[in-house]
Design a protein around this ligand. Structure first.
Ligand code: 9WN
Length: 436
């Protein structure tokens, strides 16, 4: 990988060229080869970068994703726009054509991903020309985001706790995090059978999840396919029900974004509903605080126990907590400590913990999208200096490792796929002079 000179303008030019290379017309693939379809949270965050190339194209990216929203409100984590056997599991394994709530003919996965859409819509709107056409487009997307958020509370929080669960590690977007180790150990793989992974044909196996992880990913997927992806049944039927503080913080922050958009878009009732959902989530988040770790922690709904693991998910509530919240200072301190141990981005797993692995996917490497979310939350709620530090280390990672999928947080060495769309979009985002 060529080292990138720290010429800001040049970095933006290179980032835009990555986005253009991965552009498939109406959607962007995360990276060539490894991920040949449209991924939900990749697409949303990538739209931030696309907007700096072509404002219309950024709306189109999200409109394409929303066109595949299921009738019940779920927005799937993958849209399989083309046939490509370079990725496993493909549509034949998902078998979502048997679901009653699938929207169109293009196959999709049957699970979802972190709901960053609302956050992205707020940024896109603020930076748009705010014409009547922009307003109409944004309003339609905000409506889709609201249906998705309501779906979360309806199907992933059946007891009405205020917090939503994920039923597959892929939904967290942090696939093989140590947060899931205990819960995944209890998932039976007896019926999995033979399958062939494709990811390790693109990326070194020691930077990816293990075979044992994949067996469990497939086992869960088969369990849900056997229930014809009836989302009303999946939560209770799943042997994996985890409440992720990062995921919930994103949902809360996204509802705050929808609430702020309500006035300029002219949808006050939607805004009130979003505010009410966010307030309930904020109050419920307190239950995920782990005083021993000094951060938030995942909760296993089936065993009613904590994961007791210091991953970056437990720091992401900086997105949702107000400036005066008593836990904010603790989270900021932990972010600083992570940067002292790994100066190329906040690590996905606390570098001082036993499970830390600096090169294996979500078990230690730093990911720029997560660093972006941390910086956004820090800046928005009064921790400007630390936000700037997170942005600077992100730029250091880009300079050392290029537009990698993820980085060794100690050295900045590039890991996983290369010429990655959302990494390029985050590079553009980090170099913005202001937030207008
Ligand atoms: C499964 C596309 C996606 C990201 C996820 C990341 C990885 C997929 C995989 O790639 O997950 O969804 O096959 O490993 O973990 O966050 O959205 O970039």
């Amino acid at each position: 990988m060529m080292p990138y000179s720290f010429d800001r303008e040049q970095l933006v030019v290179e980032a835009r060229s990555v986005l253009s290379d991965n552009d498939r017309g109406s959607y962007t693939v995360p990276s060539h080869g490894l991920y040949p379809f449209q991924w939900n949270w990749d697409s949303c965050l990538t739209a931030l970068g696309l907007q700096t190339i072509d404002r219309n194209r950024a709306w189109v990216e999200l409109e394409t994703l929303i066109a595949h929203q299921w009738a019940d409100g779920m927005i799937p984590h993958i849209v399989f726009h083309t046939e490509d056997d370079g990725y496993f599991p493909g549509p034949g394994v998902w078998r979502t054509d048997r679901a009653t709530a699938t929207a169109g003919t293009t196959p999709t996965s049957g699970i979802t991903q972190p709901p960053v859409l609302g956050l992205v819509l707020e940024s896109l709107w603020r930076r748009s020309a705010r014409s009547e056409a922009d307003r109409q487009r944004c309003l339609a997307l905000v409506g889709a985001a609201e249906r998705w958020h309501e779906w979360f509370h309806r199907t992933r929080d059946p007891q009405g706790t205020g917090l939503v669960a994920i039923i597959h590690p892929w939904e967290s977007g942090r696939d093989n995090s140590a947060d899931w180790d205990q819960a995944m150990a209890a998932v039976s793989t007896d019926s999995v059978g033979h399958y062939e992974r494709r990811d390790t044909g693109h990326v070194s196996a020691d930077q990816r999840p293990t075979r044992a992880d994949y067996d469990r990913y497939v086992a869960l997927l088969q369990r849900f396919a056997d229930l014809d992806w009836d989302q009303r049944l999946l939560h209770d039927a799943s042997p994996f029900q985890m409440v992720d503080p990062g995921f919930n913080a994103i949902l809360i922050a996204a509802d705050h974004s929808l609430a702020r958009l309500a006035e300029p878009l002219g949808c006050p009732e939607l805004g009130k509903r979003a505010e009410a959902r966010a307030a309930r989530g904020e109050a419920a988040l307190a239950a995920l605080w782990n005083p021993e770790l000094g951060q938030y922690d995942c909760w296993n709904r089936l065993t009613t126990s904590r994961a007791h693991n210091p991953s970056v998910a437990g720091l992401l509530p900086v997105l949702a907590l107000r400036a005066e919240h008593p836990h904010r200072r603790r989270l900021c301190r932990r972010i600083e400590r992570s940067l002292e141990a790994g100066p190329f981005g906040v690590a996905s797993q606390d570098p001082s913990s036993a499970s830390f692995d600096p090169t294996r996917y979500w078990r230690g490497p730093s990911w720029l999208v997560v660093n972006y979310l941390l910086a956004r939350g820090l800046a928005q709620h009064g921790s400007q200096q630390l936000a700037e530090r997170v942005v600077t280390v992100g730029l250091n990672a880009l300079e050392t490792g290029g537009f990698a999928e993820y980085y060794d947080p100690r050295t900045g060495a590039p890991l996983g796929g290369s010429t990655f769309s959302w990494t390029a979009a985050m590079a553009i985002e980090f170099l913005r002079a202001d937030d207008e």
